[in-house]
Design a protein around this ligand. Structure first.
Ligand SMILES: Cc1cc2nc3c(=O)[nH]c(=O)nc-3n(C[C@H](O)[C@H](O)[C@H](O)COP(=O)(O)OP(=O)(O)OC[C@H]3O[C@@H](n4cnc5c(N)ncnc54)[C@H](O)[C@@H]3O)c2cc1C
Length: 365
């Protein structure tokens, strides 16, 4: 089989998918040019809003097993990636604790049964009684009598990883076209408002920015809050069973936590609603009363790029690849998707793919 290296590759969109893929292609010996409508150090990418959870087990409750399998692959690749990015201090694999208040215990039991059915006998899934919970997270054991521990799950700091990826790409000689919107994409072609660029291969990673070219792409609104809570000490991710949302708490540095997230069928990017803020914050207060004195330091809203089946898609054609539909799992899935695209670029075949269904373009036509 002929392996391709040294290609000139143009990538539209420098969110998590575009950046990570560009870096992997660069490391494999290709010359990459990256175009984004925003600056290199910040912008409207959903990647910046994300909580950075790498949680394939928790997602099993609502997602298809393909997400779990791709997610496990992603989770297994992140440690090497953060080490190569010199970003080990932005990656944590301390696991999650899933908890429920008394009135929502049935939901926790249903969650446990779903896990048992989908991944029977997985030793990283453990049921903790109150004593065991108090041993690992004393601040949670004051409000909850039991928890389900998902010991392998992790999280990372998206903003820092985005910055590290940009640094590595630039240090490695990538051409970075910041503040440069792509108006039109075609095989081997990227068009800005006044220029046309030609490459051996073009890859579209514009997330929701690709809506005009991917008919069934939609936005799913998510709102979250950052709080500073010196009176609470929780060192693992927490999932709270809630009748309306899958609520989570993700520890950050300097006694901060991310509390998220809503999931609303809308591509409205405007500020958090009163209802969402009230619901998120009352759930937070119910996790530990010490959150009452927490300070809300930031509220964030963004839309997740999703296809109708909420699964990712890699579409391949001569001279143009599109990667989209990362939905609520972009940070979790991006390493596995980048690995797939890299293999495809090198070999021009999906024969060796572990996940052939992600190439099925029929899903979106
Ligand atoms: C509230 C919230 C919480 C989330 N939490 C998590 C989480 O905990 N874990 C997880 O795995 N995922 C999470 N996600 C999902 C994750 O953020 C997305 O799946 C991921 O960001 C999608 O990656 P992407 O690169 O496809 O798109 P994006 O990250 O949105 O990047 C797209 C990029 O394309 C650029 N672009 C768009 N149009 C153009 C154009 N015309 N020309 C040039 N550039 C363009 C944009 O500026 C942007 O930089 C969350 C999302 C939200 C909204």
């Amino acid at each position: 089989m002929v392996t391709q290296t040294g290609l000139q590759i143009g990538i539209a969109g420098a969110g998590i998918m575009g950046r990570l893929l560009a870096w992997q292609l660069q490391r494999a010996g290709h010359q990459v040019s990256l175009f984004d409508k925003d600056p290199a150090d910040f912008g409207g990418a959903a990647a910046y809003t994300a909580a950075g959870m790498l949680a394939p087990y928790s997602e099993l409750e609502s997602a298809e097993s393909l997400i779990y399998q791709l997610g496990q692959r992603g989770l297994s690749l992140w440690p090497e990636l953060v080490a190569s990015l010199d970003a080990e201090d932005c990656f944590f694999q301390r696991g999650s604790l899933v908890v429920a208040h008394q009135q929502d215990q049935a939901d926790l039991q249903r969650f446990n049964l779903t896990l048992q059915r989908k991944i029977p006998d997985d030793s990283s899934v453990r049921l903790l009684n109150q004593t065991a919970l108090a041993d690992c997270e004393p601040d949670l054991a004051t409000q909850f009598q039991q928890a389900t521990q998902l010991a392998d799950e992790g999280w990372l700091y998206p903003r820092e990883i985005m910055r590290k990826l940009a640094e590595q790409l630039m240090a490695g000689g990538a051409n970075w076209y910041a503040n440069t919107a792509i108006e039109k994409i075609g095989p081997q072609q990227l068009h800005t408002v006044d220029q046309q660029f030609h490459f051996d291969l073009v890859i579209d990673c514009r997330g929701l920015g690709a809506k005009q070219d991917i008919e069934k792409l939609r936005g799913v609104r998510g709102e979250l809050l950052w709080v500073h809570a010196p009176e609470v000490t929780i060192s693992r991710m927490v999932r709270l069973m809630h009748p309306r949302y899958r609520l989570y708490l993700v520890p950050q540095k300097d006694q901060q936590y991310i509390l998220g997230a809503t999931q609303i069928e809308s591509d409205d990017n405007s500020a958090i609603s009163v209802r969402s803020a009230l619901e998120l914050l009352s759930a937070l207060y119910a996790i530990h009363p010490g959150f009452a004195e927490a300070r809300i330091t930031e509220t964030k809203t963004n839309c997740r790029p999703a296809l109708m089946d909420n699964l990712p898609l890699i579409s391949t054609a001569d001279g143009l690849i599109r990667v989209n539909g990362l939905f609520r799992h972009g940070w979790l899935l991006a390493p596995a998707l980048a690995e797939e695209v890299l293999r495809y670029v090198q070999t021009q075949t999906i024969a060796e793919s572990q996940f052939p269904s992600i190439y099925n373009e029929g899903r979106v036509s």
